[in-house]
Every structure is written in structure tokens, then in C-alpha cells.
Design a protein around this ligand. Structure first.
Ligand code: PTJ
Length: 242
């Protein structure tokens, strides 16, 4: 057991959750590498939510609430790190969860669906009867009533190709990625440069408060957001830590 007094306690706890996810067959073995990459960037941003990331989280909440058909994409890392939190967000913004994997196997898709259901997920898109155009078959599989027709998709830890393909389909894409230089980060409409373990509860918090807001107020937030500026600030922030 890691003592709570350890200066990087939270980070090490997160690492253990990914390892456990791999043991349970939820997280892909490659998820360990992704986590390590994320840890390095998290270290550089100070392992806390920056003001810029918090603002992007606020805008993401507004976007999801304004969307007609928002969907939250879930992969093996997200399922291991924030299962309860992603379910709560799904309820707060009325967006179903859809398992969409980079290293897709049917066993892992089903294991994640079972895992989320065991944690109380009710609204899930579980078919894989449609394909996102322009990407290789297995990774392209989505639900024809879910991501395929969604107008806004939240993609935590996405790969760049699929992010681009979703943008090309005309969807609004919100990405969570600790690496502001990644292709996903650069292609999304809103990029949250924060750890998914902090980002998801923050978005939910905003969504729960915004529930009673006027649509115009949320629309204004969305319209005033500039992702280029957001990414430049995130890169500048990392440079300051070097
Ligand atoms: O479960 P699957 O098969 O869908 O696979 C999921 C992973 C994440 C393994 C897969 O999509 C992958 O290989 O992703 P990449 O290309 O390694 O990209 C992951 C990105 O997420 C990198 O830019 C990391 O910096 C970032 N990242 C890693 N952990 C976190 C993170 N961003 C936010 N929070 C994290 N905890």
C-alpha cells in the first residue's frame, strides 16, 4: 500500500488503477504505455488543473448540454480510471456511454460494458453496426444510434485519426488529452489538457450547476472559446515548468 504522505500519492494510485484494469481484462496492455506518457505530461503541468483547462472543462459542459445528441466515448483507460465518474457525467448531461476501442477486441468491449453496468450505468449504446468513414475497419465500429449520429462527442484519450474522422463527419469533438501537441489535441474543437481523473468530475460539476442556466449564456461561452489560444496557453504553461 502506498502511504498517503507520498508526494505523488494520487499519481501512483492512478497508476495502480490502470494496472488493475489490465488484470481485469478491461484495459489494453498498451494502456500502460499511454498512462506513462500521460504521467510525464501531467508532471510537466504540475499535476493539477490549470485555469485554462478549467475553462475548457466549463465550455465542454456547456457544449454537451447544448448538444441534441451528445455521446461519451469510453476506452479501456477511462473504464479503469473513472468508471463511476463517467456514469455521473453521462447522467448530468444526458449523454449515453459508448465503448469505442483503439485496440478493439470483442472480449474487451463486453468486459467494459459489464464493468460499467456493474457500477450502475443505464444509458449505453452497445451496438457496433455502423462504421466511421475513413478509418480502418475494427477501430471504425460504432453504434448507428450512438456515436454515428451524435452531434457532439466527448473523447477522452482518443487517437488522432479517429478524432479527425469524427470532425470530418461534422461532429463537435471535445477531447481530454494531457499532451497539447498530440494530433487529437490539435484537431478537436475543445481540448482539455488535464488528467481524465480531474477533468471528468470538473465537467460534471459545471454541468450540474449549468442545468438551470439559460441556453443563451451557455451559447455565449461556447462561441467565445478559442481552442488555438487554449492550446498555446497549455504549451506555454508546460514551457514554464521546464
Ligand atoms: O482501450 P483502447 O484500446 O481504446 O486504447 C486506449 C489507449 C489510450 C491505449 C489508446 O487510445 C492509445 O494508445 O492512445 P495513445 O496514442 O497512447 O494516446 C493517449 C494520449 O492520452 C496521450 O497523448 C497521453 O498523453 C494521454 N493520456 C494518457 N493518460 C491520460 C492522458 N490524458 C489524460 N488523462 C490521462 N490519465
Amino acid at each position: 500500500m502506498m502511504p498517503k504522505s507520498h508526494p505523488r500519492y494520487e499519481s501512483l494510485l492512478t497508476r495502480d488503477k490502470i494496472v488493475e484494469g489490465v488484470r481485469q481484462g478491461i484495459t489494453g496492455i498498451q494502456g500502460l504505455i499511454a498512462q506513462g506518457r500521460g504521467e510525464a505530461f501531467d508532471y510537466l503541468i504540475g499535476e493539477k488543473t490549470t485555469p485554462g483547462a478549467l475553462h475548457a472543462e466549463k465550455v465542454a459542459a456547456a457544449m454537451l448540454l447544448l448538444a441534441k445528441m451528445p455521446v461519451i466515448s469510453v476506452n479501456g483507460n477511462v473504464a479503469a480510471l473513472v468508471p463511476e465518474e463517467i456514469i455521473r457525467l453521462s447522467e448530468a448531461v444526458n449523454a449515453p456511454l459508448e465503448v469505442n476501442l483503439f485496440y478493439r477486441t470483442e472480449e474487451r468491449v463486453n468486459a467494459i460494458i459489464r464493468h460499467l453496468r456493474s457500477k450502475g450505468a443505464k444509458s449505453m449504446c452497445i451496438k457496433s453496426d455502423a462504421l466511421i468513414p475513413g478509418i480502418e475497419h475494427k477501430r471504425a465500429k460504432v453504434d448507428s444510434g450512438g456515436i454515428f449520429i451524435a452531434d457532439a462527442v466527448l473523447v477522452p484519450l482518443e487517437d488522432g485519426d479517429r478524432c479527425r474522422a469524427l470532425v470530418d463527419m461534422g461532429k463537435t469533438v471535445i477531447a481530454i488529452d494531457l499532451n497539447p501537441l498530440s494530433r487529437t489535441a490539435q484537431r478537436a474543437h475543445v481540448t482539455i489538457v488535464d488528467n481524465v481523473v480531474r477533468a471528468i468530475p470538473n465537467i460534471t460539476g459545471f454541468a450540474e450547476v449549468f442545468g438551470k442556466s439559460e441556453k443563451d449564456e451557455l451559447q455565449k461561452l461556447v462561441e467565445e472559446f478559442d481552442n488555438k489560444k487554449n492550446l498555446t496557453e497549455a504549451i506555454d504553461n508546460i514551457s514554464k515548468h521546464l
